[in-house]
Design a protein. Structure first.
Length: 296
C-alpha cells in the first residue's frame, strides 16, 4: 500500500495522480516545487518519473515525500534549470564537473552542454587556480623551467646585476604557483581515566578534524579528502572554518600538509575534566586542540 500524499494542495485523481505542489527528498534535502516544473523538460528523468500513472512505483521516504537518491545540495541547480531552462551559478563555482554528472543522470542534455564548455576552458586556460595543473598554466612552461634552472647556476654576484632582476622575476613567477598562507587544523578528543592512574585510559575516537583557512589552499592540500558539504559554494579566495576531513587520523593531515610545503608555527589546547559516575572516581577528560601551519 502506498503512503498517502499529503503534500499537495490539489487532490490527485486516477487520470492525474500527482498533486499540484510536490515535495521531494533528494539525498536528505527537502525541496518543494510545482508539478509543471518537474515535467518542463520532456524526455528528462524527472519528466519520466512524474508523467507516469503508476505512482506507486516511485520511492517515498517515511513522511511520504518522493525520494531521489542523488546529491541534495547540487539538486537546487538542477531544479533552477527546470524552472526556466537557464543556468546561473555562483562566482568561482568549484563543482562544475559534479554538476555536469548530475545533469547527465537527470537526462538534461542542454544543461550538460552549458556546463561542458566552461569546464573545458578551466582545464585548458587555468582560470581556476584550485583546479588547474601548474604545468599547464602557460604554453611556455618548459622555457620558464629552463630559464629557472639556468639562473640557479649563475654566480651570486650576477644576481645583483641587471640580469638579476630578470632572474628574480622568473623565480617569483614559479613560486606564485604555490601561494603562501595559513591553515589551521582543529580537533576535539576525550578519554576516561580510572582511579588507578596506572591503568590504561579508555580513549575515544576523534570525531572530526576541522580545517580553517583559505578555500583554495585547503582544496590544494587535501583534495578529495576534504569534506566541503557544509560550505559548498565558497569562492577560492574566501576563507572558511566549516570544512572538515573525511578521515580521523591527525597524522594523515600532517603528512598532507608537509607534502604541500607547510610547517607548524603554533599550537594551543584546552581541557576540561568531569566525573563519569557518582559512585566511582572515573574521570572524563575532554580537550580541544588547534595546530597552525604556514607556507611561505
Amino acid at each position: 500500500m502506498a503512503l498517502a500524499d499529503n503534500t499537495g494542495c490539489a487532490k490527485p485523481s486516477e487520470d492525474f495522480p500527482f498533486p499540484e505542489i510536490i515535495e521531494l527528498n533528494v539525498g536528505g534535502q527537502v525541496y518543494i516545487t510545482r508539478h509543471p516544473t518537474l515535467v518542463s523538460v520532456p524526455g528528462s528523468l524527472l519528466w519520466e518519473m512524474f508523467t507516469q500513472k503508476n505512482i506507486r512505483s516511485l520511492a517515498r521516504d517515511s513522511k511520504g515525500r518522493f525520494f531521489v537518491d542523488r546529491d541534495g545540495f547540487l539538486f537546487r541547480y538542477i531544479l533552477d534549470y527546470m524552472r526556466d531552462q537557464q543556468l546561473v551559478l555562483p562566482d568561482h563555482f568549484p563543482e562544475r564537473s559534479r554538476l555536469q554528472r548530475e545533469a547527465e543522470y537527470f537526462m538534461l542534455p542542454e544543461l550538460v552542454k552549458m556546463l561542458a564548455p566552461k569546464l573545458s576552458k578551466q582545464n585548458s586556460l587555468g582560470d581556476d587556480p584550485c583546479q588547474s595543473d601548474p604545468e599547464e598554466l602557460s604554453p611556455n612552461a618548459d622555457a620558464t623551467r629552463n630559464l629557472t634552472s639556468a639562473s640557479a647556476t649563475l654566480p651570486s654576484a650576477v644576481a645583483g646585476g641587471p640580469g638579476g632582476a630578470v632572474t628574480a622575476g622568473v623565480g617569483a613567477a614559479s613560486t606564485d604557483i604555490r601561494r603562501a598562507g595559513f591553515i589551521t587544523i582543529g580537533y576535539r578528543g576525550s578519554y576516561t581515566l580510572g582511579r588507578d592512574s596506572q591503568t590504561d585510559a579508555k580513549f575515544r575516537r576523534v570525531a572530526r578534524i576541522m580545517v580553517c583557512g583559505k578555500t583554495s589552499l585547503a582544496k590544494e592540500v587535501f583534495g578529495d579528502t576534504l569534506n566541503e558539504s557544509r560550505d559548498p559554494d565558497r569562492p577560492p579566495e574566501r576563507y572558511t572554518s566549516r570544512y572538515y576531513l573525511k578521515f580521523t587520523f591527525l597524522e594523515q593531515a600532517f603528512d598532507k600538509l608537509a607534502d604541500a610545503g607547510f610547517h607548524m608555527v603554533a599550537c594551543n589546547s584546552t581541557g576540561t575534566c568531569a566525573f563519569a559516575h557518582d559512585q566511582t572516581d572515573d574521570r572524563i577528560w575532554t580537550s580541544y586542540t588547534e595546530y597552525v601551519f604556514y607556507r611561505e
